[in-house]
Write a protein that binds this ligand. Structure first.
Ligand SMILES: [Zn+2]
Length: 170
């Protein structure tokens, strides 16, 4: 499961930025089937979904999102809704930790009102042995390029994370 890396070209960076800022909501597109890109689903139910990121900067990097279009990480949820969604974040984090080598599990929510507005939680594993200077924000950067994984590789990884997922909705 060792993959080389391929750089992301400036044109790809620009196309991504245009989609993120001006395109239709990518999460709602996955939910309603109009998103044209392959997203390897790890889990979904009537409230939430989890899937691998399309481009894998880090092996196993996944997103957890509410199905409903919510934008603000806490203020668009009741406490109960928020904690319910975090149960899935917890379960997916455990599944990733069981599936890929993990020195430290990173969990964060990003996006803005300019791009990728549908709130989502990033869950990704820092593998053991990464030098200190290359950890945290450096490890997350698209400047590292993408792991050279085929769609089949990504589908297999999503299936293995899904097989390690211990979650039942309440
Ligand atoms: Zn949305």
């Amino acid at each position: 499961m060792s993959f080389g890396r391929k750089p992301i070209s400036p044109a790809e960076v620009e196309a991504y930025r245009d989609r993120a800022q001006d395109g239709p909501c990518f999460v709602c597109g996955i939910v309603d089937g109009t998103n044209p890109y392959d997203h390897h689903i790890i889990y979904q139910d009537e409230k939430a979904l989890a899937f691998l990121t399309m481009g894998q900067v880090m092996y196993g990097w996944s997103l957890v999102c509410p199905r409903a279009h919510r934008e603000h990480a806490v203020s668009d949820f009741t406490e109960a809704e928020y904690l319910d969604l975090q149960r899935l974040v917890y379960a997916v984090g455990n599944a990733i930790t069981k599936t890929v080598p993990t020195d430290r599990l990173y969990v964060l929510t990003l996006g803005s009102q300019q791009a990728n507005r549908h709130v989502h939680w990033h869950i990704t594993a820092l593998p053991p042995g990464v030098p200190y200077e290359e950890q945290e924000y450096k490890a997350l950067s698209h400047e590292n390029g993408l792991l050279d994984m085929s769609e089949e590789d990504k589908a297999g990884l999503a299936r293995r994370i899904a097989a390690n997922l211990d979650y039942s909705p309440q």
